[in-house]
Design a binder for this molecule. Structure first.
Ligand SMILES: *Cc1c(COP(=O)(O)O)cnc(C)c1O
Length: 225
């Protein structure tokens, strides 16, 4: 094993030891090579997240059945067809139009796609994610679709700075999760609350996250960060 792979394996080992057993680690792999992603999988990562369909494609082609593949970046509707072919879960549904595109493409393939709704819990101007007051309508719309299975919520929150600053975002998302769970909607069993990154995953877990998406702590810093 080369040095990179050893570093990645050590980082994964530490993470898997320190996060609670009921929390699933998703390795956020944007900008990483096939070799880097493979090293993480080899070390015990079972779920890998990508932000871009095109970037994920060759990696999933190479490593396909060795992990579960999550779409964690903003998905454009015109990429829905390609996305449903390669991903096992789409964490970033944030509009009816996107949900409809996913549903239509899945119907064509005869599959059902597990999805999370991305919520813009902090009403940040970053555009992605549904606003809290629009969440219920989107939930209602998705539950009527036959080829999408709503499985939970995802939020970004701030990626840098004091992790405590992220706590209110995570708390708001957990409250939304609990509120929707309490509606006991037919066809919906919310299981996943995806929040927390390298900087903030401990706070996120304290606030109820059971999927954490971690990149830097596994793979090191990226150019541009
Ligand atoms: C990059 C990214 C992460 C991981 O961020 P790190 O700070 O590198 O751990 C998690 N989620 C999404 C959506 C990302 O784009």
């Amino acid at each position: 094993m080369d040095l990179r792979s050893i570093q990645i394996a050590e980082a994964v080992e530490v993470l898997l030891k320190t996060i609670p057993p009921d929390v699933t680690l998703v390795a956020a792999a944007k900008g990483r090579s096939i070799e880097e992603v493979e090293a993480a999988i080899q070390a015990g990562v079972g779920h890998v997240g990508h932000n871009y369909v095109q970037e994920a494609q060759p990696i999933i082609e190479a490593l396909g059945d060795r992990a579960n593949w999550h779409m964690i970046g903003h998905l454009q509707r015109n990429k829905a067809a390609a996305a449903v072919r390669i991903f096992d879960m789409i964490e970033t549904v944030d509009s009816m139009r996107l949900a409809e595109a996913i549903d239509l493409r899945c119907a064509g393939l005869g599959i059902t796609m597990p999805v999370l709704i991305e919520i813009n819990s902090g009403r940040e101007r970053t555009k992605t994610g549904v606003l809290p007051e629009e969440l219920d309508d989107l939930v209602d719309g998705i539950t009527k679709m036959e080829h999408i299975q709503l499985m939970g919520l995802m939020t970004m929150g701030p990626r840098f700075g004091d992790p405590e600053d992220a706590r209110p975002f995570f708390k708001a998302t957990r409250e939304a999760f609990e509120r929707i769970s309490a509606r006991r909607l037919l066809n919906v069993s919310l299981r996943y609350l995806s929040m927390g990154m390298t900087n903030s995953y401990q706070v996120a877990i304290e606030e109820g996250a059971n999927l954490v998406r971690i990149g830097t702590k596994i793979f090191g810093t990226r150019e541009g960060d």
